[in-house]
Design a protein around this ligand. Structure first.
Ligand SMILES: [Zn+2]
Length: 157
């Protein structure tokens, strides 16, 4: 978790979707994985295009330096932990308030608390997932969400 080595080249691969089989209950996508052959810059970011190994389409990538990638990971981790803490706090508050009788006409405080819980839960989930997957690479799709023929993927370890 979040401990992937940051080498001179990105560890993420880019993927070209080879096939998509739609079954009744799920979709099976198959990808061809290719290394992202762009050296990390000393600092800042580098934008380069690679030709897809399957379809020869130019794909644009943005690769961050090791330092920039580290600080991204920190930012995701902080967001994730803050989200988890907020969700816990709101969760406890909902329990505390939920047991009380609300006076007639007074607005029910559980609604905003539930929203806070949801927001905390979401940012916790997103932050911790990105913390895990962040490799300082931006390209077609992300390791978490992809819709098109191309995506970023971690190689199976
Ligand atoms: Zn392709």
């Amino acid at each position: 978790m979040g401990k992937r080595e940051l080498g001179p080249y990105p560890g993420l691969r880019y993927a070209h979707m080879v096939s998509k089989d739609i079954h009744s209950s799920h979709v099976v996508r198959q990808f061809a994985l290719y290394p992202i052959d762009i050296e990390r810059p000393q600092k800042g970011r580098r934008v380069e295009a690679l030709e897809c190994g399957s379809c020869q389409k130019p794909l644009k990538f943005k690769v961050l330096s090791v330092a920039a990638t580290r600080s991204r990971r920190w930012a995701w981790l902080v967001l994730g932990l803050a989200g988890v803490a907020a969700a816990l706090g709101f969760g406890v508050a909902i329990f505390a308030v939920g047991g009380q009788v609300v006076e007639e006409g007074a607005s029910n405080p559980v609604g905003p608390l539930a929203l806070g819980f949801l927001a905390g839960f979401l940012s916790g989930t997103v932050g911790l997932s990105y913390w895990r997957y962040e490799d300082g690479v931006r390209g077609p799709g992300s390791p978490l969400i992809s819709f098109g023929a191309h995506a970023l993927r971690w190689p199976p370890s």
